[in-house]
Write a protein that binds this ligand. Sequence first.
Ligand code: HSE
Length: 315
Amino acid sequence: MSIRRALVHVPATSSNLGAGFDCVGVAVGPRLRLSATLDPDSDAAISIDRAGTLAALSSAAPTDDLLVTGMRAACASAGRDLPAGLSLQASSEIPVARGLGSSAAALVAGAVAIDALLQLRLGDLAIAAAAAGAEGHPDNVAPAVWGGTVLTLTGADGRLSVTPLQVAPSLVLVLAVPDFTSRTDSARHVLPATLPHADAVRAASLGAALVQGLATADATLLTAALTGDVLHIPFRRQLIRGYDDVTAAATDAGAYGATLSGSGSSLVAVAPVERAPAVADAMRAAWAGCGVTAQTLVSELSGPGYTVSVQVDRM
Ligand code: HSE
């Protein structure tokens, strides 16, 4: 029997972009890399070596790891069990618990790797649905799969659909990643169960403004969508030290607006490409003024999704 090795790269993601709460996400620069080896003659339990930002998780049991959860979810969609004889080496550049989709990247990496190793041929939509089903955040999973900026829609029947969004080439994201973390479950806990109908109407118009603003780089639409959200930002902003100062500094330096990346702690600005260095400097400086050290990175909104390659060693 042959030993198969899948090499998978999965990007970080930034979800929501203000008014796209729970439905819009973008693939961004940092990557998780997974090398997964399957020896079909081995009955050894799964093993994981973790490096980079994953090294901090080294005490987690392999069966609880999100890479393995993604593998199990993909196997389940194909009616298969997770096989024995798997060894994983994972290394990530994606900061953990900073609103950059590190969990979604791990789930997608696991699902893509096992799909390649077992030749499940699930296809991207089934891979995304399996990973999103395990995590519940398709707006992080879908851009990690497709790349670029995408809209996710979960139908009344529970089926996921994913639509790539057009983005004006003059736009970039400026991400500011602070030295503190934020937990998504805590950030969801502060959201209200219901909102007034007038807020729902405003949310619909701001969501449409985000999509059209991204496509056309229309400043009025982008600013409204990035700064006027009514679904999550009003309830979450107080969880992030420096939120008002850093988002205002980004806008003052020439961004259309800034908001939480995912549920935070990172903040993300959308800016014209020529303003990106000044926006990044302003966001770092504003956070420093609040006693927070932050790193910034500039990312296009049309970056790649996952890549996978397979090697087969004949015995
Ligand atoms: N859309 C989700 C949220 C993403 O904002 O809670 C979580 O990373």
